[in-house]
Ligand binder design. Sequence first.
Ligand SMILES: C[S@@+](CC[C@H](N)C(=O)[O-])C[C@H]1O[C@@H](n2cnc3c(N)ncnc32)[C@H](O)[C@@H]1O
Length: 337
Amino acid sequence: MKQVESAEDISTLAFGFMASKALFAALHIDVFGALALGTKTAKELAAATKIPTHRMETLVTALVSVGLLARDGDLIANGPASEQYLVRDGADYFGDYLRFQIDRQMYPFMEHLDQVLVGETDGVDFASYADWMADKGQAEMFSRSQHSGSLGPGAVLAKRLALSDDATSLLDVGGGSGAFSIMFCKRFPNLHATVLDFPNVIEVGQRFVAEAGLEDRIDFLAADGMAANWPENQDVVLMSYLLSGVPGDAIPNLCAEAYRVLKPNGSIAVHDFMVGDDRSGPPLAALWQLQHMVYTPDGFGLTPGYIQSTLKAAGFEVTESRDLIPGMTKVVIGRKS
Ligand SMILES: C[S@@+](CC[C@H](N)C(=O)[O-])C[C@H]1O[C@@H](n2cnc3c(N)ncnc32)[C@H](O)[C@@H]1O
């Protein structure tokens, strides 16, 4: 990682939240969607989004300065990544994940980071996932936006996972909206999935599964995965973003439970924010781990080495360990030997 060497570098870090907010503000008023219909002047964009022109000019200048938009004279256009990922209804759109989960939930949570770090909990909204997901509105917003963030990685993992046609059962622990299960079931026609999560989350997942027309292949189990006996006879157990959201000392038990419920030769996939074993980055994985601390104060900052050794201790043979979302998440895959 490039060292921070100048006052300007420090300022870029310190004021980075302003760039995040410029992106979120643009998403909320759908600047990228308006520009997908054709280049516009700031005045035309202001009219299309019902924002006063001078404010739109300031927002557009900020977005051009960080590379999200391009300016040619008076005409403004989406930059290439904005056009691909930030235009609503586009195939690769994940703007709802950013504007709801990140801007409306994670961003305000981060205000409590310094308190949680020193062990003060006064005024901290949620002390764990269980606590947080017990709030229906929060669970709805979180899970709907997580869906938009997880369909892409779910498709990538489904493509990379070497499952035989005999595999018929997947247990998706902490499976949220069911995004990974949906993508796995689309890729493997014999697969049936069970998504285990908290009740308010499951309500959201059931809607997405119905929309995908997979009600007959994806079931839901409302339970706390740390307390429940998981259903047995599984070909695959998936834990995607679960282990970063539980107290670190619960992880060995969860891996042992996965081993117990798998058939012989069954597969486990652990997908999560993971830094490298040398703990020097990558930055987005490291920062996500820091962010999780606010609602999982006893969580561990995961590394592939830690996951591999915990899986081995539970009895698994580790078969693969690789990046999934480059610079952010990794997946460790094992087999019950
Ligand atoms: C970041 S979301 C990921 C959802 C899904 N696995 C995905 O990758 O899209 C983490 C999920 O884990 C669930 N979760 C956290 N702790 C849990 C527990 N103890 N039991 C069941 N679900 C849990 C949360 O409710 C949430 O839906």
